[in-house]
Write a protein that binds this ligand. Sequence first.
Ligand SMILES: NC(=O)c1ccc[n+]([C@@H]2O[C@H](COP(=O)([O-])OP(=O)(O)OC[C@H]3O[C@@H](n4cnc5c(N)ncnc54)[C@H](OP(=O)(O)O)[C@@H]3O)[C@@H](O)[C@H]2O)c1
Length: 304
Amino acid sequence: MASRIGFIGLGVMGSKMARNLLKAGYEVVVYNRSRPAVEELLKEGAIAAGSPMEMARDCEIIVLCLSDSKGVEETVLGGRGLIHGFAPGGIVIDTSTIDLGVAMKVAAAMKAGGFHFLDAPVSGGPEGARAATLSIMVGGDRSAFARCEDVLNRMGKRVFYLGESGSGLKMKLFNQALVGVYFVAVAEAYLWSKKLGVKLEDLQSVISTSWGDSPPFRHFVSVVQSGEFKGGALIRNLKKDLSIVLDSAKQEGESMSLAELAQEYVVKASEMGRDDYDISYLFQILDEIKSGRRDRLPAERPIS
Ligand SMILES: NC(=O)c1ccc[n+]([C@@H]2O[C@H](COP(=O)([O-])OP(=O)(O)OC[C@H]3O[C@@H](n4cnc5c(N)ncnc54)[C@H](OP(=O)(O)O)[C@@H]3O)[C@@H](O)[C@H]2O)c1
């Protein structure tokens, strides 16, 4: 079993996941496009790499947690990408949520070089990343998966091997179609319940034991209670994920009217400059759209 793991992408999710690998006793080599996130992890015992290629010379297993398809493609296949540094058998565990076609292209290029690419998107939000309770959905070569099981188990509570390349992403996209619709539904119901005078604390205690409960509902309540909307499970990410879902549905000749509606609100939030806000903030966007007001934005305090 590898004792040294590479980690690229130390954002909201990746920084917490890398920290859990450190806590588990792995030697963790880190790289991030911008430097401040690296400094934090170095203080906690991580080692810095100068580039993805340099990291791949040192690590046989490298975890990615990047924003989007472009970042993954560049990091793996780019000029100083991982593919140029790996020894035969090197494995990328990509926990990012990206376009299925790009994941398949990167997986094919890795396979042609004698390496493995596991699509391994995660669910559970920043809370799950911090507590190492993520669900991780994995597609790719089974023997490569077996070599990574301990690493995956240190970042998640439930790790699912789902089959060939792309299987993890397909499952994650299903999840995101639901997440988009749930958050808009929670936002709408919450605005209405406020008008009825129902207290958030009462919603929390009653709905958490009723059929209306869901992890998105619980996340929504905790974020609204904290009043900290900046950071967290980002509107930018949901916009990207729903766009991948809707593109994929279009390619298959499927229409997904509820996911399309959710995306309309998410895009509106993005146009209002709320890309870096938690998706719980959609209730404010709905409220503003309904009332035509723009003067009720809550205080901007970052989610730690
Ligand atoms: N947040 C959630 O609740 C959540 C839950 C499940 C899954 N995810 C997925 O996990 C992934 C990461 O999400 P996050 O919330 O951690 O995002 P984030 O905080 O925005 O972090 C994104 C990371 O990707 C890096 N990056 C972006 N573009 C890049 C590029 N072109 N080249 C190299 N590095 C690049 C960023 O580097 P810089 O620091 O230099 O910008 C940063 O380290 C996304 O695919 C997201 O969909 C997120």
